[in-house]
Structure formats: structure tokens, C-alpha cells
Design a protein around this ligand. Structure first.
Ligand code: CU
Length: 160
């Protein structure tokens, strides 16, 4: 009987800590741009606040076959995107992915992502104490900003 109650206690306490840790991650302003038909990739941006220091190591979503973590950088005057292994989350700090030069890139989007819908995703975060947690969240799908040909011509005229 003693052994049984010890097991029960261990189970309850591990369940409890999982709940506590998941609540220690705040996800805000998660947005993804709608995709045009045939568009293969989409960028997911958000703010993450983790109570404890950790690293975002992966993201998954049913909307895409694979997901990568990307960093933007200027190289020879060109904007480049490179895959990174992880995005650092300092304890208690707001990490705005876009402002920090990062984004989550959905690769091989399965179907057009429609404006007005929401996109579910799961983040895997490894805390510096080596505990790995999964955080479920939703991104708001925002409309594609269309570049109108007239606007381009207009700018062209002004510059000549
Ligand atoms: Cu990218």
C-alpha cells in the first residue's frame, strides 16, 4: 500500500508541474498571412514570454508538412532567410519574433490558408532546466496585402 500511494503522489505531482509549466508560456499576437493559391510557404509571427529561460526548438501545425525556424539577415544588400536550430527565450522577457529578426516558416502548406480563419500550432520549448514542454496555440490569419500594379506605376512616375 505504501508503494502505491508513493506512485500516486509522483503521478499527481508530475501532472501538476506539466500544467504549471505550460501556463508559464504566454503567446500573444500570433498571426500568419493568408496564402495565395499555389503559394507553398507562409510566415508565422508572434510574441512569446517564457517565465523561465528556454529555447523554442520546433513548431508544428496540421496546415503544413513541415515547419522551420528562420532568421532574416542582410547579406550583400539582399534579404536572406536562414534556418536556425532554436530561438532563445530569456526568462520573463517579451520576445517579438519579427522584431528580433525571426519568424516561423510553414513549408509545404497543404491548402491555401484563408484570411479570417485561425491556424492551430504546437510549439516545443526546451527549458534551461532540460524540461521540454509543448504549448498549443492559435494564430489569427490576416489578409494578404496585395501590391496593386497602379500603385507601382504611380511610384514610378514620381521617381522620374
Ligand atoms: Cu522564412
Amino acid at each position: 500500500m505504501k508503494k502505491l500511494s508513493l506512485y500516486t503522489l509522483a503521478f499527481v505531482s508530475s501532472l501538476f508541474s506539466v500544467v504549471v509549466f505550460a501556463a508559464d508560456i504566454q503567446v500573444e499576437r500570433a498571426t500568419v498571412k493568408a496564402t495565395a493559391p499555389g503559394q507553398q510557404t507562409a510566415m508565422l509571427d508572434m510574441q512569446i514570454i517564457s517565465k523561465q529561460a528556454g529555447r523554442l526548438i520546433s513548431v508544428s501545425t496540421p496546415a503544413a508538412k513541415s515547419v522551420e525556424l528562420h532568421r532574416m539577415s542582410h547579406e550583400d544588400g539582399m534579404m536572406m532567410m536562414r534556418e536556425v536550430d532554436a530561438i532563445t527565450l530569456p526568462a520573463g522577457q517579451v520576445v517579438n519574433l519579427g522584431e528580433a529578426g525571426f519568424h516561423v516558416m510553414l513549408m509545404d502548406v497543404k491548402a491555401p490558408i484563408k484570411a479570417g480563419s485561425s491556424l492551430p500550432f504546437v510549439m516545443t520549448i526546451r527549458l534551461d532546466n532540460n524540461r521540454t514542454i509543448k504549448v498549443n496555440s492559435q494564430a489569427e490569419v490576416t489578409p494578404l496585402v496585395e501590391v496593386k500594379p497602379e500603385a507601382d506605376e504611380h511610384m514610378h512616375m514620381h521617381h522620374h
